[in-house]
Design a binder for this molecule. Structure first.
Ligand code: ZN
Length: 411
């Protein structure tokens, strides 16, 4: 999506606020000699930002509004080293609730719905974001937080919850419990709003079928408000995102050059009206693409595809960026293959080669299947792999997440 004149002037305002506050990014922009932008070219010359930079600003170095205007902080989980602290003004909190309410509306949820919220409350942005959006919408919130499945199910039945907000794994657990306890007829759920992570179509089908509900993927990250910056509509053709609050670019994760709409790359987000901690060209490391064209729902908001994985998973082969998720998506179109596969990359006679191992049962013509998969990969990804079809059960299985990609070029 080309940046609009309005968005450019909004980014320019963010730059002015950052410089004036002399906050972490204000100083960075100052050092780069950037005093403002007026054109798309100038926007594309702005430096990127990353989570590691934000950590350097710990604890309050990102604060860009005066302290008296800050009403809350949130923090993203610090699995390695320092967490990131994001300060919010009252307007930021309200803007986030407006965006989140819009997500619920896009999913067809109204003020007569009863929304059971199972993501956690506290420093991170999950539970409280779901709650503020629901209250802005005027729906009735049942603020459960995570865990305690007995109580979740009791409240779900007694309060006749119509919407469940959860991670995909917790939604699946609840679905299985409902099935196991035979209480499906006492459950009034109609819709599920699922925090967007990468989750397979099979899992989606299971949750949707067992609970008999429509599922919606909600996108967001703590650094940029939190969940609620985008969601799919009933047509399920990607997540509409709110381009009056954020500008999204998709860039090649290696060259960092923007890619055309429709092409896979890294999601980079710029806030347009944030006060507490504006972010410019923030690299999310999430992979997706902008979906070109318009949605059958008629919404004017652009669409982002579901999250396809993380840039850290990327493999570069024959000059082409490949993500294991792309290969996985292709294999899903071959019902004759199992869910197991292995990708092995090697360097032979001066050339990179990808060998793709897939499993099938003995009734299939291995050579023919190999040729068809190889052709599909060539047409989608741009190079031809060597597809090795093996008997069902030959690829290793593990309780934990199986290692599926082996790069033997550097061994
Ligand atoms: Zn739509």
């Amino acid at each position: 999506m080309l940046i609009s004149d309005l968005q450019i002037s909004q980014v320019n305002n963010q730059i002015q606020a950052l410089r004036k506050a002399g906050s972490f990014y204000g100083k960075k922009l100052e050092e780069s000699g950037i005093s403002g932008i007026t054109t798309p070219e100038e926007f594309e010359s702005l430096p990127f930002s990353e989570k590691n930079d934000l950590r350097e600003a710990y604890p309050l170095g990102l604060m860009t509004a005066p302290e008296e205007d800050i009403v809350r902080i949130h923090s993203s989980s610090g699995t390695t080293g320092l967490p990131v602290i994001i300060p919010y003004t009252a307007k930021d909190v309200d803007d986030w609730a407006i965006m989140f309410a819009r997500c619920y509306e896009t999913a067809g949820i109204t003020n007569t719905d009863r929304i059971q919220i199972t993501p956690g409350y506290g420093l991170w942005t999950a539970g409280i974001g779901f709650q503020n959006g629901a209250e802005k919408l005027g729906a009735m919130v049942i603020p459960m937080g995570p865990g305690n499945t007995d109580k979740q199910l009791k409240m779900m039945m007694d309060m006749k919850s119509t919407v469940i907000c959860a991670t995909s794994s917790y939604a699946l657990l609840l679905a299985e419990e409902i099935e196991k306890r035979g209480i499906k007829d006492k459950i009034c759920l109609k819709k599920g709003v699922i925090g967007s992570e990468r989750w397979g179509e099979k899992m989606r089908q299971r949750i949707s079928n067992e609970l008999g509900i429509e599922l919606y993927d909600i996108y967001g990250l703590t650094e940029i408000y939190g969940p609620g910056i985008g969601i799919n509509c009933i047509h399920n053709t990607g997540m509409h995102y709110w381009d009056d609050y954020i500008y999204i670019e998709i860039v090649d994760p290696v060259t960092l050059k923007p890619v055309p709409d429709g092409e896979l790359g890294e999601i980079v987000i710029t806030t347009l009206v944030k006060e507490g901690a504006p972010l410019i060209r923030y690299r999310t490391h999430d992979l997706s693409r902008i979906i070109p064209g318009s949605c059958p729902c008629g919404s004017k908001f652009p669409r982002l595809d579901i999250i396809m994985g993380r840039t850290d998973d990327m493999i570069k082969i024959k000059g082409v960026n490949v993500f294991p998720s792309q290969i996985e998506e292709i294999l899903k179109e071959f019902p004759e293959t199992s869910s197991e596969y292995q990708i092995r990359i090697s360097h032979l006679d001066g050339r990179d080669t990808m060998r793709l191992y897939v499993e099938t049962n003995g009734t299939i013509d291995f050579m023919d299947l190999s040729r068809r998969i190889s052709e599909k990969v060539k047409s989608r990804v741009g190079f031809t792999p060597l597809v090795k079809v093996v008997e069902l059960g030959l690829l290793p299985r593990s309780e934990k997440k199986s290692k599926r990609v082996f790069d033997e070029r550097y061994e």
